[in-house]
Design a protein around this ligand. Structure first.
Ligand code: SF4
Length: 291
């Protein structure tokens, strides 16, 4: 049966429990692993996320193609100057999202949550919550379970793949998962978690997938930085009780419908959008085609 947010909420209500507990129950059922094994795996995932979010902040990490790198350090240096218009929390969050993106482009170890292309958003969001509020690993692991429940709804009813649904499906999904996690960590209920995830999808609906040369580098790195902003802003709006007209299930259905009508050249082929700008083509010729 396809997982719907509506059913997840009903199960929480019936059992008088939280979303992370339902996600844990499902995880045990789907994987056949014990609860202890699931917590161990979550810890390993969290450890990878922590490392990747920090690794490129002080050292320039250049991608395998040589096309990108050093942006996380630039953003971190800028954060250290204390001059960000948005403020310290968003500036550091963006630097951490760029860090994981660069580790991914350099073929380092990342947690693809939900995909490698969008892997900067969740670690940067969780590390922001850790740095700002000092949440323990146990709380962050429960937050990861919340993200898995949100992700399951998207996976079952739409897609995570940029090649299928555009960047809305990758960085949009990651932002939705992260937004719900933020609300959970702040102690807000499942309805607020849903509203945050819904807002994150609505904010990015329609975004195309157009990486230069088909490589997951640019504009992917920028979209990870923007994705963590989307997650934090959507969570803040939900926690402020900004009204949501549509449900998360409806937003996911809309994401699927929009993805289905995106032309192939805007779905990770490197043949449309930013990928065919003259500067992008020049970069592709130099770094990828070796001309
Ligand atoms: S532009 Fe495409 S490849 Fe890059 S992050 Fe978005 S979906 Fe992934």
């Amino acid at each position: 049966m396809l997982t719907k947010m509506k059913n997840l909420k009903e199960r929480c209500e019936e059992k008088n429990c939280e979303l992370w507990e339902i996600a844990l129950e499902d995880e045990i059922k789907i994987t056949g692993k014990s609860e202890e094994e699931i917590w161990d795996r979550l810890q390993r995932t969290l450890d990878v996320m922590k490392k990747s979010a920090q690794a490129a902040l002080e050292t320039e990490i250049v991608s395998v193609t040589g096309m990108t790198g050093g942006n996380a350090k630039s953003m971190h240096d800028y954060f250290l100057k204390g001059e960000s218009v948005l403020g310290d929390t968003p500036a550091l969050a963006m630097a951490m999202a760029l860090s994981t993106s660069e580790i991914n482009a350099a073929m380092g170890i990342i947690a693809a949550a939900p995909t490698a292309g969008s892997s900067g958003i969740l670690p940067a969001t969780l590390m922001t919550m850790y740095k700002k509020y000092g949440y323990s690993d146990d709380e962050l692991k429960k937050a990861l379970l919340v993200t898995s429940a949100i992700g399951q709804v998207i996976f079952d009813n739409a897609t995570f793949a940029g090649a299928e649904g555009g960047c809305q499906a990758e960085t949009g999904s990651a932002a939705a998962m992260a937004a719900a996690a933020v609300c959970f960590l702040r102690g807000y209920d499942i309805q607020t978690q849903e509203n945050a995830a819904t807002a994150a999808i609505l904010n990015i609906l329609g975004l195309v997938c157009d990486p230069i040369g088909g490589m997951v580098e640019f504009p992917c790195n920028l979209r990870n930085a923007n994705g963590v902003m989307n997650a934090l802003a959507s969570a803040d709006m939900a926690m402020a009780n900004v009204k949501m007209i549509v449900t998360f299930d409806e937003a996911v259905d809309a994401l699927k419908r929009v993805g289905d009508v995106l032309p192939a050249r805007l779905r990770e082929t490197g043949e449309g959008g930013i990928a065919v700008c003259p500067s992008a083509l020049k970069l592709k010729a130099k770094y990828i085609d070796g001309e």
